[in-house]
Design a protein around this ligand. Sequence first.
Ligand SMILES: [Zn+2]
Length: 118
Amino acid sequence: MNTSEKLRLSHALDRMRSVCVTRLRSMRQRIDALSIGEVGDPVDLALDHISRGTEQMLLELEWRHLQSVSAAQRRLCAGEHGTCSACGRAIRRRRLAALPEASLCLSCAARREAQRNN
Ligand SMILES: [Zn+2]
């Protein structure tokens, strides 16, 4: 990976990090705004619980995404980003352009996904 590719990737990761942080703040505010009372219409209470559960699940997914972006930034600083963490081969530029935080090449990512689904 040459210097301009590293710089482009670094900017992409910075933008992703910023978006993640903004989304996390917004989700946290929405969760905090959902006041779940003990009394009231049972249907409303059930819907509030469902909404809160959904928001918390989305928050968890966004948090994991932020962690993967942070890990990619650390790998980039260490000069290790762009190399598959499973097989050690270079991750293709097109994959990194589409998924700047990728730590696995397409083959290893597909293999891991297949294992996860079994
Ligand atoms: Zn690989």
